[in-house]
Design a protein around this ligand. Structure first.
Ligand code: ADP
Ligand code: ZN
Ligand code: MG
Length: 485
């Protein structure tokens, strides 16, 4: 793919976690028996009038403020007309040329393989507009008929249109993760991708490396997992590159990701695209947002997850990759914050969370929410290791499992099992002297220049100290002894 550059822009549909639907009082809840959460408004019965859900507007504003977007003081709703059985009104209410949220940006880790260097890159958001969801058609419940469930008709959606700033499938997936983290952290979406609360379509094209004009784009629909988006885009980029290499044009079309076959498939060409005959929704007034409302809301917002990650890098000296993993979910991030704070060591906290804690979570197949050791309790262990009162080996092999088993605080476990690390100089010196005396051969070889044997002697001393010696002190004292004579 060296000759081409990928250009990707995502359109993400976020189902908002409001109590009620976008334009009526029906409950916004997933999984109720079919067609039990409907009323004349969301069924599109003649004469029924929509009324805007202000909670949905606040959620859109929260997203906008969190990506430093321009909040539009005035925006309007439009009707987008098309016919489909799950759209009872015959049109979808969406926002017109001006959206309530315009021009924001998010920071994601750039893909070093295509950017040529590591670091955060800024991905622009073109706009985020409010609209209503359609109902759901079921074509596979029986052999002879299709079924329509209108519980979802009228559920509030925020469509977030990203700029074509992404340069690889990896970046697209990282951007989607960053957005997912943000909407979950803001509490405006439950983030459930299997239930369709967070859906994504990807626009993808190639252009000659170093070029500025865009190539013809393909829209890949229905990418409902982070893995699928990476697989689908890698496949699609390969398909387009092969076409271009053969001198064939890329058709402007909509394709679907077939996860079972591992390929994208053509669905419809853009020439066949419908004319939606947009026009202003006459039954809804202009959506106005006043500055006081924006400032009041701003004061309640949590720290932006992408900024939080950057703060961790700067304050704790952590790498981009480490911080991305720590930010994998709001709960994980919160656990890390608490652990770093209580232990006084961001680096130590990160190492334990990404190491032993993640290993246990993977083994058990659970999230951090179900991890039995509170951050304050784990902090006790981190502090003992950081202050060199406990060796890392003993901490990992003995104290950590005891914490997991609920056998008391780290301090109590260390005292009960007699694991306190020996950093006492005299005790270490005695053991070093003993090991040096027992190993005249290796000692002579080291003094003769074979430095690689030092590790062997350190190991012998640690063993003699039954794993309780401060390894750093052992290294220092051994080096002093070997340098003498
Ligand atoms: P449409 O109205 O057909 O949906 P938009 O202009 O709204 O088109 O763009 C939709 C999405 O397509 C945006 O996320 C944008 O970033 C992306 N996009 C636009 N042009 C390209 C391109 N040449 N290659 C890849 N993505 C693109
Ligand atoms: Zn309703
Ligand atoms: Mg669009």
């Amino acid at each position: 793919m060296g000759a081409y550059e990928a250009v990707i822009g995502l359109e993400v549909h976020v189902q908002l976690r409001t109590r009620t639907k976008m334009f009526c009082g029906c409950a916004n809840r997933y999984g109720a028996p079919p067609n039990t959460q409907t009323c004349p408004v969301c069924l599109g019965l003649p004469g029924a009038l929509p009324a805007l859900n202000r909670e949905a507007v606040r959620m859109a504003l929260a997203l906008g403020l969190s990506v430093d977007a321009r909040i539009q003081p005035r925006s309007t709703f439009y009707r987008k007309q098309y016919f489909y059985p799950d759209l009872p009104k015959g049109y979808q209410i969406t926002q017109g040329p001006v959206a309530v949220v315009e021009e924001g940006h998010l920071e994601i880790p750039g893909d070093a393989a295509v950017r040529g260097c590591e670091g955060l890159v800024r991905i622009r958001l073109e706009r985020a507009h409010l609209e209503e969801d359609a109902g759901k058609s079921h074509h596979d419940l029986d052999d002879t008929s299709s079924h329509v469930d209108l519980n979802r008709a009228g559920v509030p959606l925020l469509e977030i249109v990203g700029a074509p700033d992404l340069r690889s499938a990896q970046e697209a997936s990282d951007y989607l993760k960053a957005l997912h983290r943000l909407v979950v952290a803001l509490g405006i979406c439950d983030g459930n991708m299997e239930e369709g609360s967070f859906r994504c379509d990807a626009n993808v094209s190639l252009r000659p490396a170093g070029g500025t004009a865009f190539g013809t784009r393909v829209e890949v629909k229905n990418l409902n997992s982070f893995r699928f988006i990476r697989q689908a885009l890698d496949y699609e980029l390969g398909r387009q590159a092969a076409l271009l290499e053969r001198g064939e044009p890329v058709a402007m079309e909509t394709r679907g990701w077939d996860a079972a076959a591992g390929e994208t498939r053509g669905q419809r060409t853009k020439e066949a695209a419908m004319d939606y005959r947009y026009f202003p929704e006459p039954d809804l007034p202009t959506l106005t947002v006043d500055p006081a409302e924006i400032e009041a809301l701003r004061a309640t917002l949590p720290e932006r997850p992408d900024r939080q990650v950057r703060r961790w890098q700067e304050a704790y000296g952590l790498g981009v990759g480490e911080t991305q993993t720590l930010a994998q979910s709001p709960a994980f991030a919160a656990y890390f914050e608490a652990l770093a704070e209580a232990s006084g060591s961001g680096k130590g906290a990160a190492a334990w969370l990404l190491g032993e804690v993640s290993r246990v979570l993977n083994e058990r197949g659970t999230g951090i929410e179900a991890f039995p050791v509170a951050p304050e309790a784990l902090a006790g262990l981190v502090r003992l290791v950081e202050s060199r009162a406990l060796s890392f080996g003993a901490a990992k092999e003995q104290v950590f499992p005891a914490l997991l088993a609920g056998e008391g605080s780290a301090k109590a476990v260390v005292a009960r099992k007699g694991l306190a690390q020996v950093s006492d100089r005299g005790a270490i010196e005695a053991l070093v002297a003993q090991v040096v005396a027992e190993n005249p051969g290796p000692v002579a070889q080291i003094r003769g220049g074979k430095a690689s044997l030092k590790g062997f002697l350190v190991g012998q001393v640690l063993k003699a100290g039954r794993g309780q010696l401060d390894a750093k002190a052992v290294n220092e004292i051994l080096a002093e002894v070997l340098a003498k004579d």
